[in-house]
Design a protein around this ligand. Sequence first.
Ligand SMILES: [Zn+2]
Ligand SMILES: [Zn+2]
Length: 92
Amino acid sequence: MGGWFMPGFFMVIIVAVIIWLIFRRQPAPVPQALSCPKCSGAIHASYFRCPHCGDTLKHNCPNCSRIIEHDWSYCPYCNENQSTNVEATSSS
Ligand SMILES: [Zn+2]
Ligand SMILES: [Zn+2]
C-alpha cells in the first residue's frame, strides 16, 4: 500500500465534487428587472408608484386595506379575490 494511491483517490473525489457542483448548481436568484406595465420604465419591486409615468403600481386591498400588487389575483393577507373587476363578463 503505497502513498501513490492517495493522489488518485483525491482526484476521484475532486471530480465527483465538480460533477456534484455542476448538477447541484441552480440558477442564481437574479433580481427580476421589473418594468412598468404602462410605460415599460424600470421600476423596483418596492415602488408604490412608477417614477416615470406616475402610474400606481400597487393598490390597497378593498377588504383589509393592505398594500398589494396590481397583478395579484388574491390578497395574500385576507385571501380576498382581487379579480372581481375582471369578472362579470358572463352574460346575465
Ligand atoms: Zn410607468
Ligand atoms: Zn386583503
